[in-house]
Design a protein around this ligand. Sequence first.
Ligand code: AN7
Length: 354
Amino acid sequence: MYRAGVIARYGRYLPVSDATPEVSLGEGWTPLIRSRRIGPSLDLPQLFFKYEGLNPTGSFKDRGMALATAKAMEAGAHTLLCASTGNTSASAAAYAARYGLRAFVLLPAGGVAKGKLAQAMAYGARIVAVRGAFDDALKLVRALADVPGVAIVNSINPFRLEGQKTAGFEVVEQLGAVPDRVFLPVGNAGNITAYWRAFRELHEREGLPLPRMHGAQAAGAAPLVTGKPVARPRTIASAIRIGNPASWEGAIRARDESHGSLEAVTDAAILAAQRRLGAEEGLLAEPASAAPLALLIRMVDQGLIAHHERIVCIVTGNGLKDPTTLTRGLQLPASVVPSVDRIRKLVSRGRRKG
Ligand code: AN7
C-alpha cells in the first residue's frame, strides 16, 4: 500500500483538524515480519518483529514527530526543541528540515550513538552537548517551555504519544488480530504508554481483546523495575540510558492493566539478542531494540510463554544507527589477493544451513 504517513492514514483517530498541516516524511506502515529462525528455535511459531527501524529516520520516533511537528506548525512555532538520547533528535531535525523550522537538540555529551549524531548534524539541527545524562537535558528543556515560538517535541508533548499510537493500530491490522503479548524497550516510557493507548482504544471502539505488555529496561537503567529513579544510568544501549522516565505512570499502568511486566535485562543479554536478530533473521537492531527479544528469550527459558501465543517484538531502531556497538568484538575481514583459485577454495568450504 502507498505509504502516506501516519496523519493521512490514521488522521480520523488523531487530534487533527482542517487547520493541521499534513506533515509527513512517509513514516509508518513498517513491516511486521514473521520470525523464520528465532521463533522456531524457541518453539514459538507465531513470533513477529515490527521493524520500526525502517521509518524515514530509522526509528519509531518519526510517527509521533510527524504529528508533533504538524501541531507545532499549526500553533505558529518556528523552532522544535528536544532533549534526546539520539533518535528523537534525529527525527526532530529531519522534520524541522523538511518544513523549514529550526531544530534545537540537547544531547547528553558523549552519550549518543554516532549514526544519530551524524543524522542530527546532516539534517542541520543546532546541537547542544550537555554535560550530564539525558535526564539533565530533559530538565533543561522543560525549563525552556516558555520561550516564544518554541515547541517542545519530547514525549511530554501529548501529540508525540498520539502519533506514536498508530504503531499499535498497525500491529493489529497487519497481524489480523491482537497479539497475545507485545514486547518493547522502555526508556522514557512514551512508547509503551502509546501502544497501550492504541490497544485500549481498539478495545473500546471495536471490542478487541487486550494484549499483555512487556517492557524491557537495561539492568543499569531500570528505574521502573526497581521503583526508584537511577541517578547515573549505565548501559551499552544508549537509547534507553534514562534514569527518570517522563511517562513513568503510563508504563506502570500499561504493565498493571495488561497483566504484563517491566523487567531488566543485562547488557550481555541485549548484545546476544542483537546478534541473533542480525545473524538469524537479517534484521539489524540497535542495542535498545534488541532488549525485548532478550526479555522474551528469558521468559521462554522460565517457562512463562505458551507455544501457541502470538508474540510481537517491537524493533524500535535501526542497527545502522550504532555501528560501533554493532561491530564490537568483531574483526574486520583480512584482505586477500584477487585470485579466483584462492577465493574458490574459500567459497566452496562449507555452507550454513537454515
Ligand atoms: C531505539 O531518542 O528517548 O520508552 O531521546 O531510541 O518511548 O523512551 C529514545 C528512546 C527504545 C525507548 N528504542 O522508548 C530519545 C529516546 C529506541 C529508542 C526507546 C528509545 P521510550
